[in-house]
Design a protein around this ligand. Structure first.
Ligand code: UAG
Ligand code: ATP
Length: 486
């Protein structure tokens, strides 16, 4: 329980009814989850308007309401507070309700199209290894000093977010590393948080179903940097076209990392093999367990952030050299006959290109690359032919299949992908709607030493068809087929 007047601290509002003199049990923004004595925040959404549910929330026990407009009929003794933007207000009151946990630990946010999970996870593992108590908020999972908490979003809603941060504070965490998605920035899920630092990885074509244009997608990422306080660090990728744009209006300390352009922290790839990366990083030559050029960037971002967080250089490099990446990211298994299977979460054109070009860079000779790829339903349709084209450009054979078709017809999604295939390459492609079958066929087509890349689902443990999720795990499937080959 917390006093309403404390919860409203720092919020600009017009009080329409009531005195804010009461105890509040919870902050709720979904009328279906209302509990007695809670504060209900009415948020305008993409599907419906939370303002239409104010009466329902009150009838179920809400005692105070934050809204942008008053409902037509109000019954009962309820406090009303009018604000300009309820989603901003939600972030502020959620942070207040949980005693502003972000100001009690060092919170570092990672944004960008690709690499967020890898960078945040590596930072978490690194600081854990350095002896700190840490938290992680990521697409794959949340962690509170070693305890795994299931993740539903890349960046959770403000209530869950502050609740998790408060739990981290309670468990004595010194740091939290979190992914900041562009959806979260636009929807103000991070409002009210105090960041110690922000990291930008890169920006490419993705999520245009939501943001509509590339410019507004970029602006969403940039808004995170604009939001940083003066004493935070704003760390960007100097080699990315949009890297410097991120820093333009920020008042935070501007820092950069890069392998090509001038940057505060620099690295150079000496060797890039299946067994790992050999880098000259900030003047030191070190072998790392991660594979591929994009991971050299991820490692450099992590190293730079650790330096900005004033960690010891030698200790950081020793710890980093021992670490493996996040689950389902360049996750590979080798069959008894030498066929290599790689499971990767690449689900944007750029990520597909990165994973496949990495495979080309690290393969020893002329082994064939067979790619299994699908595109999600009810998401950005424009990327389907592009992802297919990229996969074909970088593979010897491509099998198109399903990847969470959701409410869409999987065969139609595959047809959309096929539009991107060069007619000359068509005979090297196949379309198999059943993902299990597609993986099986890909492995059967492979000769010893060939590389089967299963892209798109990474760590995910389900396939969503017509709104129903059934268990499906690419790595499990791959290992079962490899076992049968023994
Ligand atoms: C498109 C999108 O991001 N939607 C998010 C958004 O939902 P919405 O705007 O559609 O909500 P809505 O259904 O219109 O409802 C509006 C308001 O009315 C309320 N309501 C609704 C119905 C009712 O009966 N009573 C009621 O009070 C709702 O609680 C809400 O406050 O706000 C919700 C609450 O925070 C989120 O759960 C929801 O995420 C959905 C589930 C989602 O799938 N989001 C994805 C796209 C997302 O956010 N992804 C990014 C990662 C992207 C990436 O990098 O891969 C992420 O950070 O996870
Ligand atoms: N720095 C990078 N640059 C480009 N591609 C990358 C980078 N890091 C990872 N990738 C590719 O993108 C995929 C997703 O990586 P990761 O999960 O770390 O990114 P993400 O930003 O968290 O993505 P998402 O929000 O979709 O989970 C990886 O499987 C890999 O193929």
């Amino acid at each position: 329980m917390k006093y309403l007047s404390d919860i409203l601290d720092g919020l600009a509002f017009t009080e329409l009814q009531g005195s804010a003199d009461m105890e509040i049990s919870a902050i709720v923004f979904d009328s279906r989850k209302v509990e007695p004595n809670c504060l209900f925040v009415a948020v305008k959404g993409t599907q419906v308007d939370g303002h239409d549910y104010i009466e329902q929330a009150i009838s179920m026990g809400a005692v105070a309401v934050i809204c942008e407009e008053l409902p037509a009929h109000v019954t009962g003794e309820v406090d009303f507070f009018m604000v300009a933007d309820s989603s901003i207000a939600l972030g502020i009151v959620a942070a207040n309700f949980y005693d502003n946990p972000s100001s009690k630990l060092k919170l570092v946010g990672v944004t960008g199209t690709n690499g967020k999970t890898t960078i945040a996870t590596l930072l978490y593992k690194l600081f854990y290894d350095l002896g700190y108590k840490c938290g992680l908020l990521s697409t794959v999972e949340n962690q509170i000093n070693g305890q795994v908490v299931t993740a539903t979003h890349t960046t959770p809603d403000p209530v869950v977010l502050n609740m998790l941060l408060a739990e981290m504070v309670e468990k004595g965490c010194d740091y939290c590393f979190m992914e900041v998605s562009s959806h979260a920035v636009v929807q103000h899920r991070i409002e009210g948080l105090k960041f110690t630092g922000a990291i930008f990885s890169n920006l490419t074509h993705d999520h245009l179903d939501y943001h509509k244009t590339f410019d507004s997608y970029r602006d969403a990422k940039k808004a995170f940097f604009d939001y940083l306080p003066k004493n935070a660090f704003a760390l960007t990728n100097a080699d990315d076209k949009n890297g410097m744009v991120m820093l333009q209006n920020t008042i935070a300390h501007k820092k950069s990392y890069g392998m090509k352009n001038m940057a505060d922290y620099r690295a150079k790839i000496i060797e890039n093999q299946f067994s790992g990366l050999f880098l000259n990083i900030d003047g030191e030559e070190v072998w790392f367990k991660l594979v591929g050029t994009f991971n050299a960037y991820n490692l450099l971002a992590v190293y730079s952030a650790a330096m900005l967080l004033e960690q010891d250089k030698a200790k950081v490099l020793v710890s980093l050299s021992k670490l493996t990446g996040a689950r389902g990211r360049f996750d590979y298994v080798i069959a008894a006959n030498g066929t290599i299977g790689i499971v990767d979460y690449a689900h944007s054109p750029d990520a597909v290109q990165n994973i496949l070009s990495t495979v080309h860079d690290v393969r020893k000779g002329k082994e064939k690359v067979i790619t299994v790829l699908g595109c999600g339903g009810d998401r950005d349709k424009t990327k389907r032919p592009i992802m297919a084209r990229v996969a074909c450009e970088w593979s010897d054979k491509v099998i198109f299949t399903s990847d969470n078709p959701r409410s869409e017809d999987p065969a139609q999604i595959i047809k959309d992908m096929e539009e991107g295939v060069d007619p000359a390459f068509k005979r090297h492609t196949m379309s198999i709607v059943d993902r299990r079958e597609a993986i099986k066929v890909a492995v059967n087509l492979a000769q010893p030493g060939d590389i089967v890349v299963i892209a798109g689902k990474g760590h995910e443990k389900y396939q969503e068809i017509k709104g129903v999720r059934t268990h499906f795990d690419d790595k499990e499937e791959l290992m079962a087929i490899f076992d049968q080959m023994k």
